[in-house]
Design a binder for this molecule. Structure first.
Ligand SMILES: Nc1ncnc2c1ncn2[C@@H]1O[C@H](COP(=O)(O)OP(=O)(O)OP(=O)(O)O)[C@@H](O)[C@H]1O
Length: 484
């Protein structure tokens, strides 16, 4: 490994130019330009604190939060982190050995890192506070951290820890070794996926988006580059710094009992009999798999559930997703931007259904539908060009019909905008798909390149000799990394 020392990550290490070079060099990702210009006095990334991230607020995700991640509760990485914390009181950068630079984003650099002496691998996102502050990117970093702290879903990353010093802020995340869907698409014959594969990846992404929406999060940056492939071939949706956190309330569409009226605001649920999502009120399908931390909603939900259990009436129909969330910010990636974002009309969660349409189109055809020769042309095409499907490859009617429904220019008429993901799940393209068990189905492809071993912490979690190899050197106040 080439060992070029550099000081804590600075703007020069993350400039667009160096980023582009970096991506070109390792061919891991494509650099698509992003827009992020606030068009209103309101923040582009929703609610956040503008305060600097300091060591005071730093710490690892608390054990109570750990306990609320049922799907990862057997994960040895938690134990490894807990053990280091027990020994050293706090977890910090010096406990990690940086093995490889995975990439550099707008707000930080991500490394493959081993928790020293544990064989446990993590993706470590390191952000320079001064750089964030000078480019007004602290809100983005804050949003990403806040959203990641809430997540407990098989298709979303686990945040194991967060810590910060005066100079650096670090997210310790689940590492995903299989590359991203953009790179994987390039390897397909004709550079496009089969419909079978698109159905699989599309369904997993849809579940991840639905889950985010239930937390009031509008993702806003869907593209193949942000979908990583896990060791087992299932997906992980990453990158939440452009997301919008909203406080929109769930809405009751259809009453289950004479008491509740249509349009009445109440706690969340959905009407799908096979729904495995949080707050699902169907007593026979309640799967305690995901437990979002919206406790007041959860307890209300439990109350309603028991009320329902005593009735033998049809289930209520609720929309738990923030269909009323609004933002006026110009965020996203040009080819993926929804018309309402480009026109600055204000947008809500329907932008995720637009991007979902572009995403399915790109996976199936190997290109996006409105791309122009310049970014401006792309934007103008999105707003004014009608959707056209290439004649090859051959794509089924159902797939095209779904994309057509998603790529409706007016968000109010777009598939998903009224009832959220449930509407999209019911489309014939997904017919016969077992949503509840998709995480157990065999993925269309297993990653060929797999660097990880299963995380097995050594019994004593001993610290290795840091004088060898490409270890992270120094104390936290003066950190140097090896550049690859
Ligand atoms: N958990 C992870 N496992 C493996 N690779 C990851 C992980 N998280 C990020 N990466 C990789 O690290 C690189 C940088 O990621 P990062 O999220 O910082 O930037 P980005 O995707 O370019 O987005 P943005 O600029 O909006 O932050 C990307 O190439 C990404 O694929």
């Amino acid at each position: 490994m080439v060992g070029t020392s550099f000081k804590p990550i600075s703007s020069t290490h993350c400039s667009n130019k160096s980023k582009a070079l970096l991506f070109k060099a390792d061919d891991r990702s494509r650099s698509r330009e992003k827009g992020e210009f606030s068009q209103s006095s309101k923040s582009s990334i929703g609610q956040y604190s503008s305060s600097t991230i300091t060591s005071e607020e730093s710490n690892i995700i608390s054990s109570s939060q750990i306990g609320s991640r049922p799907h990862m509760s057997k994960d040895l990485r938690w134990e490894a982190i807990r053990s280091i914390r027990k020994q050293h009181r706090i977890l910090s950068l010096k406990h990690f050995k940086l093995l490889k630079k995975l990439g550099c984003g707008d707000i930080g650099t991500v490394y493959l890192a081993e928790l020293t002496g544990t064989n446990c691998l993590f993706a470590l996102k390191v952000m320079n506070n001064e750089f964030l502050l000078s480019l007004k990117k602290i809100p983005r970093a804050q949003t990403e951290k806040e959203i990641m702290q809430m997540l407990d879903h098989p298709f979303l990353p686990t945040l194991y820890a967060y810590f910060a010093t005066e100079q650096l802020s670090c997210l310790v995340m689940e590492y995903c070794p299989g590359g991203d869907l953009h790179v994987l698409r390039q390897k397909q014959p004709g550079r496009s996926f089969s419909e079978h594969a698109v159905r699989f990846y599309g369904a997993e992404v849809l579940l991840a988006l639905e889950y985010l929406h239930m937390f009031g999060v509008v993702y806003r940056d869907l593209k193949p580059e942000n979908i990583l492939v896990r060791e087992d071939g299932h997906i992980m949706l990453t990158d939440f710094d452009l997301s919008l956190q909203s406080d929109a309330n769930p809405v009751l569409l259809k009453s289950a009992s004479p008491v509740a009226e249509p349009g009445e605001k109440m706690s969340s649920s959905c009407s799908e009999s096979s729904c495995i999502e949080p707050f699902c009120l169907n007593p026979s399908f309640q799967v305690p798999c995901f437990t979002p931390r919206l406790l007041s909603l959860a307890s209300k939900s439990r109350r309603i559930k028991s009320d329902l259990a005593t009735q033998n009436s049809p289930l209520p129909q609720l929309v738990v997703e923030p269909t009323s969330a609004r933002s006026n910010s110009f965020v996203g990636t040009h080819e993926y931007l929804a018309p309402e974002i480009i026109k600055g009309e204000g947008h809500g969660n329907a932008v995720d259904w637009w991007t979902f349409g572009i995403f399915l189109f790109e996976l199936l055809y190997g290109k996006t539908p409105f791309k122009g020769s310049e970014n401006d042309e792309t934007l103008s095409n999105v707003v004014s060009h009608s959707l056209r499907f290439p004649s090859s490859p051959m794509v089924s009617f159902h797939a095209r019909d779904l994309i057509r429904g998603l790529l409706v220019k007016g968000p109010e008429n777009r598939l998903g905008s009224a009832k959220g993901a449930a509407e999209i799940k019911q489309h014939p393209f997904f017919e016969g798909l077992n949503w509840a068990l998709i995480r157990c189905t065999i993925p269309p492809e297993m990653p060929t390149f797999c660097e990880t071993s299963i995380c097995v912490p050594t019994p004593a979690l001993q610290k290795k000799d840091s004088s060898k190899g490409n270890e992270l050197q120094g104390t936290e106040d003066h950190m140097e990394f090896d550049m690859f």
